[in-house]
Write a protein that binds this ligand. Structure first.
Ligand SMILES: C[S@@+](CC[C@H](N)C(=O)[O-])C[C@H]1O[C@@H](n2cnc3c(N)ncnc32)[C@H](O)[C@@H]1O
Length: 484
């Protein structure tokens, strides 16, 4: 299957030992009828003859007819089928497609979100497909039913994991999430965890959270784990990922968050994304090109175009002078509305490159097309993808930044220098790990909302033992996101 088609269908087939185990977890007796809502080539159905599969991809569905001849296959969209069918199942198992919101759209998404809303699970339009799949599959169970599914590890932090887990808490007597450190799918950058629920029609006030280093076949879901109460889960922003941390680390973090010696970044600064030019290569000039085009220097503003520029503690006028000397294409042609432009700039706007730039989506949708909105000079820049710690770099040279880094504007009388001092504290590093999320490939991502929740210590005077606890927490989180 070509990669585009694979991505649009979320087709990643589950390794055999995981399939065998999940079917055994879900099936209570040979007579049980099993549902796989996205059965792919039928590998879950093959394990249990009394089974029903749904599959959107007709090529995969054709394979299922051969591999699992005893199973009933419905070809088409699961959500439309789920809305119509009157059949109910003792159990469900499988691996739902992981299609991000940009591709999970149109009538399928509409049917999915409507169906889930009817069952009380409200997902936003930014939801990936897997979470509504699991709610819709659960809603087809008979009282007492069980389900066992692969789920992306973002079940531990994605905003749309919250309505799914809340639905499970409200509809099952047992909800278990199994976090697996070693990749279940070695070829995928995303990690996968497992979700097991039993006792459909019941309810519970806790999630059994189990951590495993390596998944090995088992007939029953692991019995050990930590019972995370709904209250505790909610208090960690409906994220399960912080529960990967040892209790001692979590307690210290909670105490720190409650103490008057800490603040959240959002209380002392506003974190946002940089500007979106729509045509970065056109709007960012090299000094040599600007000079050839006779563009006055006053129209050029030094700009951060990617996180790799955030290597020093502070961007100074010397830094910018170096960029200029190295002829770097990082000088933004900043044009303001209702201002007469010099002829040299008008000529540049009418070059073939300008004609191409004005056709881009962003430029087409603003008036005039060459005035980039939201170009502000922030107090500092923050990298939002990092291997280790996100870099916080002060802006002493009136630079601006594209949306490839975050911009930080201080508020409530706080100074960027104070923020930078606090940034190097291990509490902040741990907080970035907790509030941010893994991106695959060992990277940590920090969205503006996540950055605003990062905890900062005003005093930074931990005892040696507290410091060791924080450092332990940092290394645990880095291990889980595969940062070597
Ligand atoms: C992650 S694969 C899992 C396949 C199989 N269950 C396994 O684990 O090996 C997801 C499957 O969902 C199918 N799929 C995607 N969207 C679907 C939809 N709306 N309805 C039914 N199946 C869908 C894909 O074609 C793909 O085969």
């Amino acid at each position: 299957m070509d990669i585009e088609r694979r991505k649009s269908l979320g087709s990643y087939y589950t390794p055999d030992h995981v399939v065998q185990s999940l079917v055994r977890w879900a099936v209570g007796s040979p007579k049980d009828r099993l549902l796989d809502p996205s059965c792919g080539d039928g590998r879950f159905l093959m394990v249990h003859s009394n089974s029903v599969g749904v599959e959107h991809d007709h090529r995969a569905a054709a394979v299922v007819h051969q591999r699992a001849p005893g199973s009933l296959i419905h070809e088409g969209d699961f959500f439309s089928w789920a809305a119509r069918t009157v059949e109910r199942f003792e159990c469900a198992a499988g691996n739902p497609p992981f299609i991000r919101y940009q591709r999970f759209m149109g009538s399928t998404r509409r049917a999915a979100l409507e169906l889930c809303a009817r069952h009380g699970a409200h997902f936003s339009a930014l939801t990936s497909s897997w979470a509504p799949f699991l709610v819709a599959a659960a809603s087809l169970l008979k009282p007492g039913g069980r389900m066992a599914f692969v789920a992306p590890a973002e079940i531990g932090h994605a905003p749309y994991a919250a309505p799914l887990l809340q639905y499970c808490l409200d509809h099952f007597s047992l909800v278990q999430v199994v976090a697996v450190a070693k990749k279940l799918f070695p070829d995928l950058s995303e990690d996968c965890w497992l979700l097991y629920c039993e006792g459909y029609g019941g309810r519970t006030t806790s999630i059994l959270f189990t951590q495993m280093d390596t998944f090995s076949s088992c007939d029953r879901p692991p019995q050990s784990g930590e019972r995370v109460s709904t209250k505790a889960w909610l208090s960690w922003n409906s994220h399960l990922r912080p529960f990967l941390l040892p209790r001692q680390v979590r307690s210290l973090y909670e105490q720190s968050a409650a103490s008057s010696g800490t603040v959240r970044l959002g209380e002392i600064a506003r974190v946002g994304i940089g500007y979106v030019s729509g045509a970065n290569d056109f709007f960012h000039l090299r000094p040599s090109v600007a000079s050839m085009l006779r563009i006055p220097r006053s129209y050029l503003v030094p700009a951060i175009r990617n996180g790799r520029s955030l290597i020093e503690q502070t961007i100074t006028s010397e830094t910018v002078a170096r960029w200029w000397k190295r002829d770097e294409p990082c000088f933004l042609l900043r044009l303001r509305p209702k201002k007469e432009l010099p002829q040299s700039i008008l000529d540049y706007l009418d070059t073939p490159a300008g004609c191409e730039a004005r056709r881009t989506f962003k430029c087409r949708n603003r008036d005039p097309w060459y005035v980039i909105p939201s170009v502000h000079v922030p107090d500092a820049f923050l990298s939002y993808m990092s291997g280790e710690v996100p870099s916080l770099v002060l802006n002493a040279a009136n630079c601006v930044a594209t949306n490839s880094v975050h911009v930080v504007r201080m508020s409530n009388g706080f100074r960027a220098q104070d923020l930078q001092r606090m940034w190097s504290d291990p509490l902040t590093t741990l907080s970035c790990e907790i509030e941010g999320h893994p991106l695959g490939g060992g990277m940590l991502k920090l969205e503006p909302g996540e950055a605003s929740r990062v905890l900062l210590s005003r005093t930074a005077t931990q005892s040696k033992s507290d410091r060791d606890v924080l450092l332990d927490g940092i290394s645990v989180m880095r291990r889980w996101r595969h940062y070597a």
